[in-house]
Design a protein. Sequence first.
Length: 290
Amino acid sequence: MEVIHTVAWMKQVSRQARTENRILGFVPTMGALHEGHFSLVRAARQQCSPVVVSIFVNPKQFGPSEDFQKYPRTFEADRAALEKLGVDYLFAPPPEEMYPRGFRTAVLIEGLSDRLEGHSRPGHFRGVATVVLKLFEIVQPRIAYFGRKDAQQVRIIEQMAVDLDLDARVVACPIVRASDGLALSSRNVYLKGPDRQAATVLYRALEAVRREIAAGQRDAAQLMVALRKVLQTEPGVALDYAEIVDAETLEPVMTLRRTCYFLLAAFVGRTRLIDNALIEQDGESFKVSL
Ligand code: AMP
């Protein structure tokens, strides 16, 4: 595996792959890698060669009071793990390489960016879309892999790819969870002592929703009641938002239809976690993927 730190060299490598008509697969990350990231890498390895992974803790997607400074950074371990997984190139640019002095451009995906996560974290998706478009320009992927754990993010990137006629195909991969259901996240290292156990309540609440849906419930308000009932059993957990939305528009729905997401964000102590369920219509019934 070759580690690349400059935009110019990364572009050179991707240009070469394109000339050779190879299918370049790309997995953008912020490092502190875990099995969630590795699942994306494995998916890329199955379909693409070469595989490029980027590690870049993007300052533009963190709010002023967020955890940019203390975001976990484990470069050496990440590098070793990616090498073992058979990744071809690790692109790890320093911030000044991505945002040289005088950088001014931003990407805005109207309507999808300011709701839900975007409402709680103003400017977050502006930062995400900007860096992902830049990375796509540099890496020139044929296929880019994202986790459904960040469902709104995937939806926004998909829309950006359509609107801007990007060549990259965006693939969404399932959520990887710990054995107790907690969705893997680089931020889980913040969960100390009893918070780690309390954090499983997000999964347990979504499981309760899944049971309600299996029992025939289709009403969003009633499903919300089922979710809150479980969340309330953990007093240290404070809900930020919970919404059932259409998977395409991300607008709230009153009753389940077609494909929806049940999206939620909650504070466990001081750690903010997100999770979601994908709800897909299948004839008369609905399939719920956690
Ligand atoms: P991050 O490093 O947090 O920016 O995440 C990089 C990519 O990994 C994003 O596409 C995430 O959605 C994805 N990802 C993070 N956690 C998980 C998980 N538990 N399961 C699946 N994908 C994940």
